[in-house]
Design a protein around this ligand. Sequence first.
Ligand code: DGJ
Length: 728
Amino acid sequence: MMILENEKRIFTLQTRNTTYQIKADENGVLLHTYYGPRLRGGDLSRLIRYADRGFSPNPNEVGNNRTYSLDTLPQEYSGSGAGDFRLPSLELELADGSHVADLRYVSYRQQRGKYDLEGLPAFFGGEAAADTLVITLEDAAAQVRVELFYGVFEELDLITRAARIVNQGDQPVRLYRAASLCLDFSGLPLEFITFDGGHVKERKLNRAPLRPGIQSVGSIRGISSHQHNPFVMLCEPGADEDHGTCYGAALLYSGNFEAAAERSQFEDVRLTMGIHPFHFAWTLEPGQAFTTPEAALICSPSGFGQMSRQFHRAIRTHLLRDVWRDRRKPVQVNSWEAFYFDYDQERLLRFAKESAQLGVEMFVLDDGWFGRRNSDSSSLGDWWANEEKLPDGLSGLSREINALGMEFGLWIEPEMVSEDSQLYQTHPDWVLNPAGRPYTRGRSQLVLDYTREEVREYIFQTLQKLLETARISYLKWDMNRALTQVWSAALPAGRQGEVYHRYVLGVYDLLERIRQANPHTLIEGCSGGGGRFDMGMLYYTPQIWCSDNTDAIDRLSIQYGTSFAYPPATMGAHVSAVPNEQTGRSVPLETRGAVALSGTFGYEMDLGALSDQEKAVVVQQIQDYRESYTLIQTGDYYRLSAPSPDGAPTAWLHVSQDRRTALLCLVSGQVHAGPPFRQVKLKGLDPALSYRLTGDDMPWPGDVLMQAGYPLPMLGEYECLRLWLKAE
Ligand code: DGJ
């Protein structure tokens, strides 16, 4: 709901649990007056204080009023070079070489339903779900306008933001920074939470109080990255899963990003998020506009868990678009960790047949099926079957797979090219690299120039041919290196600062075309696991391979960190063989299953090599998947305990929307002699109901389970529990 007090120029965005308020003051400066737990409204600018602060200059409109400074006021979209020395939202260069952006309020408009952003991922919503507010600002001297877009999803507590910068003058303007989000907080001590790591160790939660100055995370790798996720949080000190006010901010973007939090000299806090300014320079010719990626905000007055559940709901219902969103996805078996590059048709068919006998529903042929690809250093770009390995081609193989009653899925890496490929030999200038400069290779491969339409067109036609010759129900869209030598042969020198962003737009464009041409094909995103796990990709690919680390114990913390923003149903997760490829650790098959079952679920191992006893476990897991799928896909997710190195169990709970069904999942940690009696307090149940637990004859009252906890049996190292709770 939006309350617009026109004559006072106050814009109050009310959601179920939160209030967000903006006000254009008497000087036209757009102030951010409040964001937090829901208030009744009114003019909250009375919260703002004015004081004469040394070295904080005063804009022309206020003459010698030294108590009014852009440097101290909470801004809705900060300018630069005009007296606010904190994090800028907008930095530009005008034709005269000046770098001043000084914005004032012009007008607003509103509409029912959510705005959309052409060529960019965005939350969507019709009139019943969302409202749009657009506030227009202007720097009159520069003849630059900025439109601030707000999408308000009342029930979800979701507020989306984006900005559109328009050059209204008759000279070109260069943009060096255009934030998607600027959020100022006055006088509150806040802590900054980020999700960091690296390849095979993605999205570990890091939390620290904000120190004076700027703290930031970001990526200049051309992908959102394994190292830092474009989702960050701010919270009150002491806030935890169930208490305290916290704010989650996500950027729907899959390339270079920056999320920066600044604690100012007066202990105010500003958060900005947007495209990373590294090597970003975008020229706006007269009349042209630039649209930033979308940012999404959720504030929870009652801890992290509530914020996550609102993000999960928002993603499930207003970001994922695929037909697969509401269908049960088939149980997969993937060839990668089973065989890597070492297979032929006969081996694959044996593998598929044995998997089908256990109930697996989809066979995914991973890397190694095309060109002369027998290692990871060859053939990318030559997307036709290797006839030595697959004499009947993909169509023959997929027919055989279908005859086993399974669907067929395929791995591709369409943004890349190997130098020994026919594609590279024909079009060496189709890679990103400044002419004459030696290559920097990553995984022995080069990156195709997706800024170019003819490159995308070629890949589109090639992929379409594949998708038409074989019955491919699933694509795993991989991307296995960071961008370097970022330069396009198709753009002039003055426009090379656009390549990083144009690359991302190119990826989105191609994904959208493939989606639309093949609406029934499930596409899973992947970038060496979780190198591009972001809400931008989720708009095109409803699930993303969470990490190349398939060790169930490491996965506990990877999936835990991922769950702060992203729902379990989007996390690509498979059971793999032991000892694990990445860690050498052996974990019981039941536990590997329990962890993968809280993701998309499948296998990444040679199921034919299992003992009969293990095969029986697999059959049971597939049955469990069928039973728990709807709950995991549509239910609420509660983190009950964080993965801990001291041996305490990691527990989580899926609860149905009507709170009558729940699934408790728990994995014990390292075992030490003389362990304590442990119990786990459940959440999200109905305290007035009684629940029957798997294997327990006596029902448990909901209030007992939540307030006193459920007493755990003694578990061995890395053993798991998966207990259903059904209300009587
Ligand atoms: C990286 C992916 O994350 C793996 O699952 C696998 O598909 C390999 N690439 C194949 O090269």
